[in-house]
Design a protein around this ligand. Structure first.
Ligand code: GLC
Ligand code: CA
Length: 535
């Protein structure tokens, strides 16, 4: 395998609206991000995935783009964006932009023309039908909306304000590749591709994800603008299994660098139910899923990403970890477990200080279109509001989107004004200032993991082996050349006993006091460590 920079990188995801506000309007912005680059440098990350900052009416917080080559006024200007590029570069941090090309905003000039002029080329950039079929929107209800002007229905797999693009149209595809080139020329290092597995949709056949031409389009896109081997491309692919992941990411297929797979995230809700039906951590299932991704995507045949959190997901500590006594310990345990696997790790803003879900109590604290639509839908289906609110408090996307907690002070140091989403009251104890001041904090565990990845070959190349241990203990080895590294994590608050016939050569990382004796190990709640074994 030819090594690429992203094999050793850890990527940090920024949700711009919630990261740092520089001008007191309560909305995070580009100058705010620039002001925190030194903090990110201290964490050690070498790339940022920036959620969308393009011009947008913000129906879905920027995932509804009205101009791909302009910056949303609330986030700043193109000059600010260029300054971000150059300031990041000074610190050896690369910028990965979000590429949202499954749909545009209904306020994009293409859609405006498409509606007004049914004979225009733009009309065919979207998907129209005289009658809706049974396709439904991810955000609830039908995927078809009636347009008075054209007297036809258009497809929208997300909100009504996010009409789906018609990838069958070659002119449209070229326009997208040109737009990608525009950003590459400005110096970005790649793209995170929003719901990219939907671009091959065939609505007539009720096909949304994984349509027949998906990989043809990705290969064409690669040829058009992604041939520079230093570009990182990561596809958001909800339906990926290891076989599909190879189609996307095997280097010789020339499509993407890696995928975000969601099989482990799927374990957060009951099998065969929608995402709102939360279920607690099933460690044996988690071991099965994550281990399959480690073993079925061998080096050279594809590449995976590693993540617990993003802007669509609840905070991992609130879902599967401990937000009380063992908050710090469980946060470090999840970090150690994941970051020592093979793949490119992603840290979502606030994860590195152990941020948690928000204690939402009223509907007016919510902003996310998906949660708000679900409230209406569930009410219509006869579910009591407080039951729905419980579900949203656990799973809703706003949990990841409350402002970054910088200090214990006013508005957590995020803004001098009124924040667009409420600040978590726990910012008094959970904040960056506190984390930086405490050498034992979660932050420094992440810092250590990020640094380790930059230098350790075994993290990239080492073979993975799941060990047979008590249910709640997740233990594996990574074997590289003549060295073996052992990772042991107690994913519970119960004491666990296990025995491994091996000797300790070197401690790599831990959140606990190292056991002296590996064949008589007693693991306390959420203990986690990695050791190099005597060979
Ligand atoms: C992706 C994004 C999500 C967005 C959706 C529609 O899943 O991560 O935030 O709502 O696509 O663009
Ligand atoms: Ca602002």
């Amino acid at each position: 395998m030819t090594e690429r920079w992203w094999h050793r990188a850890t990527v940090y995801q920024i949700y711009p609206k919630s990261f740092m506000d520089s001008n007191g309007d309560g909305i995070g912005d580009l100058p705010g991000i620039i002001s925190k680059l030194d903090y990110l440098k201290e964490l050690g990350i070498t790339a940022i995935w920036l959620s969308p900052v393009y011009q947008s009416p913000m129906d879905d917080n920027g995932y509804d783009i009205s101009d791909y080559e302009a910056i949303a006024a609330e986030f700043g200007s193109m000059a600010d964006m260029e300054e971000l590029f150059s300031e990041a570069k000074k610190r050896s941090i690369r910028i990965i932009m979000d590429l949202v090309v499954n749909h545009t905003s209904d306020e994009h000039a293409w859609f405006v023309t498409a509606r007004q002029q049914p004979d225009s080329p733009e009309h065919d950039f979207y998907i129209w039908a005289n009658e809706p079929n049974e396709l439904s929107s991810v955000f609830g209800g039908s995927a078809w909306a009636y347009d008075e002007q054209t007297q036809a229905y258009y497809l929208h797999f997300f909100s009504r304000k996010q009409p789906d693009l018609n990838w069958e149209n070659p002119v449209l595809r070229q326009k997208i590749y040109q737009m990608m080139q525009f950003w590459i020329d400005k110096g970005i290092s790649g793209f995170r591709m929003d719901v990219i597995d939907m671009i091959g949709k065939v609505p007539d056949q009720l096909i949304g994800n994984n349509g027949p031409k998906l990989h043809d389009y990705l290969q064409e896109m690669h040829q058009a603008c992604l041939t520079d081997p230093d570009l990182l491309t990561v596809g958001e692919t909800w339906g990926a299994n290891p076989e599909r992941a190879k189609l996307y990411s095997a280097p010789d297929r020339k499509e993407l660098s890696m995928v975000f797979q969601f099989e482990h995230i799927g374990l957060q809700h009951e099998t065969d139910k929608d995402k709102w039906h939360y279920t607690k951590l099933d460690v044996p299932k988690l071991k099965t899923v994550l281990s399959r991704w480690q073993t079925e995507l061998p080096v050279g045949q594809g590449w995976n990403s590693l993540f617990w959190n993003n802007h669509d997901l609840p905070r991992i500590l609130s879902i599967w970890g401990d937000t009380g006594t063992y908050r710090e310990k469980s946060a470090k345990a999840f970090a150690i477990l994941l970051h020592l696997m093979r793949g490119t790790p992603y840290i979502y803003q606030g994860e590195e200080i152990g941020m948690t879900n928000f204690p939402f109590t009223t509907v007016d604290q919510l902003n996310d279109i998906e949660s708000l639509n679900y409230l209406t839908e569930a009410r219509q289906a006869g579910q009591a509001n407080d039951v729905t609110l419980d579900q949203i408090r656990m799973i809703g996307r706003d949990n990841a989107r409350t402002p970054m907690q910088w200090t214990a002070g006013q508005q957590a140091g995020f803004t001098t004004g009124q924040p667009w989403l409420p600040i978590n009251p726990n910012h008094q104890t959970i904040n960056v200032a506190q984390a930086l001041a405490d050498k034992q904090s979660i932050f420094y565990t992440y810092q250590q993991l990020v640094r380790l990845r930059l230098e350790a070959d075994w993290l990239i190349y080492g073979d993975y082996n799941l060990l047979d241990t008590p249910d709640q203990v997740f233990a594996y080895t990574r074997q590289w050349q003549s060295s073996t590294y052992l990772v042991v994590v107690n994913l519970s608050d119960q004491v666990q006993h296990l025995s491994l016939p091996a000797g300790i050569d070197e401690l790599i990382i831990t959140n606990t006091v190292l056991p002296e004796d590996l064949d008589q190990m007693k693991l306390e709640a959420w203990d986690a460590f990695c050791l190099k074994l005597i060979s």
